[in-house]
Structures are given as structure tokens and as C-alpha cells.
Design a protein around this ligand. Sequence first.
Ligand code: F6P
Length: 342
Amino acid sequence: CMKIGILTSGGDCPGLNAVIRGAVLKGIAVHGQEFVGYRDGWRGVVEGDVIELPRTSVRGIAKQGGTILGTSRTNPFENNGGPEVIKAHMERLGIDAIIAIGGEGTLAAARRLTDAGLKIVGVPKTVDNDLDATDYTFGFDTAVEIATEAIDRLRTTGESHHRCMIAEVMGRHVGWIALHSGMASGAHAILIPEHKVTMDQIATWVKLARDRGRAPLVVVAEGFVLEGMDAPHSERGLDTFGRPRLGGIAEQLAPEIEARTGIETRATILGHIQRGGVPTAFDRVLATRLGMAAIDSVVEGRWGTMVSLHGTEIAHVGFEEALGRLKVVPQHRYDEAAVLFG
Ligand code: F6P
């Protein structure tokens, strides 16, 4: 019987455990497969560090946030890794194929390893919903739900104090979480990386809301760049992985809004709360279906592909279709939301 290794890699995301459970339950029930989990993403793969995943290990975990396997941002081509090392560990452990659950970076690495002859299928993961070739990624719905709830709460305290409230949500490169949580909560302005606006425009939206007796509510994605600035928070430097340090645009905007409008303004950064805790039912179902479909990919030998959502159906697409470009918020979706600003 076939033995499959599963890994979760990159930033975590509600629904990861539901993918693992879907894959393990289907694999055992339908194909009599065996499963192991690699610990902490590619680190476990390059070090051959695994845990057994019997049926009992996935009991009741669909509703559990995080990942029971742990995750890391390890690159499998660095850290003494590479295809030969990984193959040797797979042979030693009797692992025939790998299911890699991850985002852009994980799938790009999986693609290179597949080119080197490894048997890998992918499951797309990102709370940002910015992966191409899939209509939705699990975790996004949960993040939007958490952000919307938090923004609703900011609104009531903002109204009591006649303040402008700014909520900063996740979204390093794209504004899907900001767009959806902003629309859901009735924000007076939504600011996303795909669409530059000026400080004057933001101040105009804020004043319009105040003039109608509302407590202005601004939702901003962490990667938002003001018109006239070339990079978000470039002065904040790089994190340990060489990525620009984000978080804090809301705090930059608050004094500017106060200065231009005279309205007392408070900033709240939601941060990792958006990635924690219980996944929504939508995300559990999507994640479970993707996990089960990954088993079909393995059985059919579709190496170098990932499972994805097309409309309401699960599809199989080549890694190359998903990689290289982000799924950004299209202009018409922003314009649609902006009709209600101010
Ligand atoms: O890609 C998902 C994401 O949550 C982004 O929205 C955010 O910029 C980044 O991960 C945060 O990464 P970390 O968990 O490493 O701080």
C-alpha cells in the first residue's frame, strides 16, 4: 500500500487541519493508504522528521485552528536540503509521495522538486486569497469573518466618542481581506495595495461621513501605499526573511487624518488574530474537499499539480498556472465598493 507524507508550510491559516483530516480519512477509507506528517514544513522534509498519522490522529481536528504538524518558512533547497537528500529520506521512511499544503513559496519549491523527479501534489493555502488559478483559498473566509466582527466593534466605540476609527487588516500584496471586511462592515473608505489614493481623498471620505453624523470608519490593508509614496513603510526595514516589515500603516494615517479633518482618530492593527482560531464552516468544507481531492491527484499520479476551486467544483491545475502572478483585486471590484465610500 502507498505511504504519503503531508506537510504544511509558510504562514499558518485556519483550515490546514481540515485538509490533513480530509486527505487522511479518504486515503485510509478508500485506498488503504498510510500517512505520516512532516514536522514544521520543509524542515521536516529535509531532515526526515515525521510523525505517524493514523486515523485517530485526525479525529475532530477540522474545527481546530493552526496545524497539528507545525509550519516553518524553511526553503527545501537550502538548509542542507535539495532533491537528493529528500529522496534519500523518503526511501528510508518508505514514503512514496508528498502532499504539500502551502502558498506561493511552498508551491514554487514543490514545482522545482517535481522537476527533479519527486512525486508531489499541492494544496493552495493563503488567508490573503491572492493565489491565482483558484477562486478561493481556505482561511480567507475565516479572516474576513474575524476582521468584520472586529470592525463592527470598532464602529460602536467610534460612535460613542465621535472618533474616526482605522482598522488595519492583513494583505501584504493584495486587498481581498480589506475589500470584503470593509464592504461587510460598511466602511467609509477601503484602502488596498492595488489602488493608490491621496491623503486628501482619504480626508474627503472621512469628512463626508462625519458631515452625515457618522463615526468615520477606514479599513486599510497592511500593504497599502499612499499616492506619492513608492513603498509601504520602507523605513521599517526588512524582517529576518528579507521581506519588508509591514504593519503600522494605520498608525501612520491616524495623525494625518486628524491634521486634515480635526477629527480625533484611533488606529487598531488586527494582525495575527485574523489567522488564529476556529475556521468557518465554509473554510472547513473547502479545506476538507481539497484534502480529499489531493488523494485523487496522488492516486492518478498528477505530480506537479495542485487542487483548486473553480466556481463550486474542485479542479486540478499545473503548478505553473498558479505561480508567477498574484490574483489582485480587479479595478471594477474596487470601484463597486467605492460607490459606498464617504
Ligand atoms: O501571507 C499571509 C500573511 O498573513 C500576510 O497577510 C502577512 O503579511 C504575512 O502573512 C505575515 O507573516 P508572518 O506570519 O510571518 O508575520
